[in-house]
Design a protein around this ligand. Structure first.
Ligand code: SF4
Length: 350
């Protein structure tokens, strides 16, 4: 489905890529290896990214220490290309941290996204990475178990799952390889789900459209007002519905600009706001008239952290920074955050 379709880079993907670059640097330094500090060249660096990459580095070093307890010379690989094309044609991935050791092969994956909580249990991506690592280094170590760790700090999620090498290979040969072959040949079934948001075909895929349009056929009771149970049935579908609708809109706009005609629609100019053509000239004109054109404000936390450096920022300002409560959001029961209690929050604010 994705063949010939361009996967468009999103700002979130770039932010994730920057976070990975920072994590790679910090882990390499923690391992005592040479690495250049990439912070200056990151587009999205901020305090949260600095904290998340510190936490990831601590977690990674704990895994390295753990491997050292059962293997004297573990192989520690950072941002390692893992080729699992033996099972999935032409496929490879990049392991954020791979620890190859006797008994246990550990795969650590850093996830900077907030949209979807990612679990390690039954996670095919993690299993594929493990296969790649086992295929390359399994002959050097006596690996019996694979330990897959997802570290997703912005969702307070550390998810760890283990699988024996025998079960992993049975899954790879019995399930993964046949399905991958089908997909590679353009065969098999399209199964729409949460994973579609990462797919280059997400705006044009019929299976995804049909799944989302099923909601329109949802059988509601006759009463004029929706019951809580009916809203509860709709809620789990809404995020995907909104995401799909926005994917279709974005795709249609880019196609329409390129000349595709959608009956009943045309491309028009959106709302625009006035702006200065020359800021220096504006400032001078206002000053000459006897006014101060500048609006002095304290820089934001991200900008000040960049200016002062994290350590100096902490020394000078740690007592003057607080983290207010986030505004309440509806989340599924499975969400790991504690339930919001409006009364507790009101009192703790006081
Ligand atoms: S079902 Fe989802 S993942 Fe599969 S091709 Fe369609 S959009 Fe992509």
């Amino acid at each position: 489905m994705c063949e010939g379709l361009e996967a468009r880079a999103s700002p979130y993907a770039q932010e994730g890529s920057d976070a990975h670059t920072l994590c790679e640097y910090k882990v390499l330094k923690a391992l005592g290896r040479d690495a250049d500090d990439p912070t200056e060249n990151l587009d999205y660096f901020d305090q949260e990214m600095a904290d998340c990459s510190d936490d990831y580095t601590s977690f990674s070093m704990e895994q390295v220490a753990e491997a050292g307890t059962h293997c004297p010379d573990p192989l520690i690989l950072v941002e390692e290309r893992l080729d699992f094309s033996r099972w999935v044609p032409e496929a490879f991935g990049t392991g954020d941290l791979v620890i190859v050791a006797d008994d246990v092969l550990t795969i650590v994956d850093f996830k900077y996204g907030v949209g979807v909580v990612v679990e390690a249990e039954d996670n095919p991506q993690m299993r594929c990475y493990a296969l790649g690592a086992w295929d390359a280094y399994g002959c050097l170590y006596d690996i019996k178990t694979v330990r897959m760790c997802i570290f997703q700090p912005r969702r307070d999620n550390i998810s760890i799952s283990e699988i024996s090498i025998d079960d992993l290979l049975a899954w790879a040969d019995g399930e993964l390889a046949p399905k991958a072959r089908q997909a590679f040949n353009g065969e098999g079934d399209l199964v729409a789900g949460d994973h579609c948001i990462f797919c280059a075909a997400k705006a044009v895929c019929r299976a995804r459209a049909e799944k989302n349009l099923e909601l329109a056929e949802y059988e509601l009771e006759e009463a004029d007002k929706l019951e809580p149970s009916e809203i509860a049935a709709i809620l789990p579908r809404i995020d995907e519905l909104v995401s799909w609708a926005s994917d279709v809109k974005d795709f249609a706009l880019s196609q329409a600009i390129a000349g595709v005609k959608y009956p009943g629609f045309k491309v028009v100019e959106g709302r625009s706001v006035r702006k200065y053509t020359d800021e220096d000239a504006v400032a001078k004109a206002v000053q000459d008239a006897g006014y101060d054109p500048y609006d002095r404000k304290v820089m934001g936390i991200t900008a000040l952290t960049k200016l002062l450096g994290k350590k100096r920022f902490e020394e000078l300002l740690s007592d003057l920074v607080c983290k207010p409560h986030g505004r309440p959001v509806l989340a599924p029961e499975s969400d790991k955050r504690p339930e919001y209690n409006s009364i507790d929050e009101a009192f703790s604010d006081n």
